[in-house]
Design a protein around this ligand. Structure first.
Ligand SMILES: [Cu+2]
Length: 166
């Protein structure tokens, strides 16, 4: 189920093109992030969302997910009141072209951590409700197979320049 329909591919390409205008530099030191959350064996930290101005349609949320347990857990789905649709995405480069795809689920290995960050995994927000101003709190509910629902309150910040899309 990893293949996209032609229409979805088209849509993803459009979304990606639109998002290029709002991509990230890598000089965001000491920026405000959402509070660290612990749920079962998982610790989620450094959450932030890409601030965007209307009429931007897409944004993305990033975070670190650490699993201190003896068993792996799996991120099954994401949702947010900040957008009509939320999906788990992965940015990648294919034939020298930066693109992204939706992934069905994301494993957090036992004793390991996974970074959602520009150029890699992210929570994609599609059809955002208006703008997402800097310092706005963007709540995202993550549903894990073992840890259940975890609400993360990412803090929006500007991420200008660069070429990573998200
Ligand atoms: Cu994406």
């Amino acid at each position: 189920m990893t293949s996209l329909t032609p229409f979805a591919k088209f849509l993803t390409a459009i979304i990606f093109a639109l998002s290029l205008a709002a991509c990230g530099d890598h000089s965001n030191h000491n920026m405000k992030t959402g509070a660290q959350i612990t749920a079962g064996d998982l610790t989620i930290s450094s959450s932030w969302a890409r601030a965007v101005d209307a009429p931007a349609k897409t944004s993305a949320v990033y975070m670190e997910i650490r699993n201190d347990g003896a068993t792996s857990d799996t991120l099954l789905s994401v949702r947010s009141g900040a957008a009509e649709v939320s999906e788990i995405h992965q940015s990648l480069e294919q034939d020298g072209v930066a693109m992204m795809r939706r992934i069905r689920q994301l494993e957090i290995p036992a004793g390991g951590d996974v970074s959602l960050e520009p150029g890699s995994y992210h929570v994609m927000l599609i059809n955002v409700n208006g703008d997402i101003a800097p310092d706005t709190v963007v709540p995202v509910t993550l549903t894990f197979e073992n840890a259940g629902d975890v609400v993360v309150e990412a803090v929006a910040r500007r991420a200008n320049g660069g070429h990573q899309g998200h």
